[in-house]
Ligand binder design. Structure first.
Ligand code: ADP
Ligand code: F6P
Length: 320
């Protein structure tokens, strides 16, 4: 391996820069030239590919977002787009590519590996924590900490006014952020896309808690479970609660990565280069029980990450 490229793709997440830094440093340590590919698969198609130096990795560890930028590039889903990308991989003499991103980005990596024989390593980067084969993806821990800080603040003002707050967190298909923070923020209820819920029962439960003398309620809603605004209307109309809605939105995708995410990102960037060097290709750097485990990307994509039922149980018990 002489030259390896890296791209960050799909929804960005805190820690992507820490992956890039680790990748650059590990390449240089091993006498390999690292290449940065700009804006995900778009950069492969447009030929925006440049060698990176040690100084390009300075001052990156603590920065949110991605200095390589990210993109959702529909052209790469077409054979024509892929052919142009392949020409650029060859023109730049890239011997391997590291892809950092979510399920969609890993699907692009699978195409490069399986259809065009390009040595590829995937690194899971997405705040949703919906990627099979890894206990945590890069960015999840930071997003969780952002949510916890925000809900703690909302709890303060909710208590002062005896209010009910509905807090919408990200997660289109996956309730991991919602269910986990429901436990760690002491929410009264949590609504996630994976589990059916009965709004009337939730309203009754909250009413009972107010009747028992509690001063506030917080309900966490994963964006995929339905509209926080519709839930809010039902809470006011049926429950008669003084309700406020907070949608945390893209706040959850930004910010300086936590210690945990910096370490995870550093481990994964390093492993990705080492796996390519030893000839292991087409795998994702999974984080399982405190170890990096190479998981075939095809296996990652053909499975759905199961919901941790113990979290559901914990949220239910703690909100009684
Ligand atoms: P994420 O990686 O966060 O899940 P997306 O689903 O938007 O984000 O995917 C990111 C990018 O990955 C897409 O814009 C596209 O460039 C690439 N990609 C996604 N699906 C495919 C596919 N089936 N074939 C080739 N590339 C894909
Ligand atoms: O997949 C990450 C994610 O942040 C989801 O939680 C969210 O639904 C989506 O991306 C938002 O996408 P966009 O940045 O394109 O609005």
């Amino acid at each position: 391996m002489k030259n390896i490229g890296i791209l960050t793709s799909g929804g960005d997440c805190p820690g992507m820069n820490a992956v890039v830094r680790s990748f650059v440093r590990t390449c240089l340590y091993n006498g390999i030239t690292p290449f940065g590919i700009e804006a995900g698969y778009r950069g492969l198609i447009d030929g925006h590919i440049r060698p990176l130096e040690s100084k390009d990795a300075s001052n990156l560890l603590q920065r949110g977002g991605t200095v390589l930028r990210s993109a959702r590039c529909l052209e790469f889903k077409t054979k024509e787009g892929q052919r142009i990308a392949l020409d650029n991989i060859s023109k730049n003499n890239l011997d391997g590519i590291v892809v950092v991103g979510g399920d969609g980005s890993l699907t692009g990596a699978k195409v490069l590996f399986e259809d065009y024989n390009i040595p590829v390593i995937g690194i899971p980067g997405s705040i949703d924590n919906d990627i099979y084969g890894t206990d945590l993806a890069v960015g999840v821990d930071t997003a969780l900490n952002t949510i916890v800080r925000s809900v703690d603040m909302l709890n303060d003002t909710a208590s002062s006014h005896d209010r009910t707050f509905i807090v919408e967190v990200m997660g289109r298909h996956c309730g991991y952020l919602a269910i986990t923070t429901a436990v760690t923020c002491g929410a009264e209820a949590v609504l996630i896309p994976e589990v059916p819920f009965n709004l009337d029962d939730i309203i009754k439960k909250i009413k009972k808690r107010y009747d028992e003398g509690r001063s506030r309620s917080v309900v966490i809603v994963a964006e995929g479970a339905g509209s926080a605004y519709d839930f809010g209307k039902a809470f006011e109309l049926i429950g008669g609660f003084d309700t406020r809605i907070t949608v945390l939105g893209h706040l959850q995708r930004g910010g300086s990565p936590t210690h945990y995410d910096r370490l995870l990102a550093t481990r994964m960037g390093l492993s990705a280069v080492e796996l390519l060097m030893e000839g292991t290709h087409g795998v994702m750097t999974g984080w399982q029980s405190g170890k990096i485990v190479p998981v075939p990307i095809s296996e990652v994509l053909s499975n759905t990450k199961p919901l941790d039922k113990s979290l559901l149980r914990m949220a239910e018990i703690m909100s009684r």
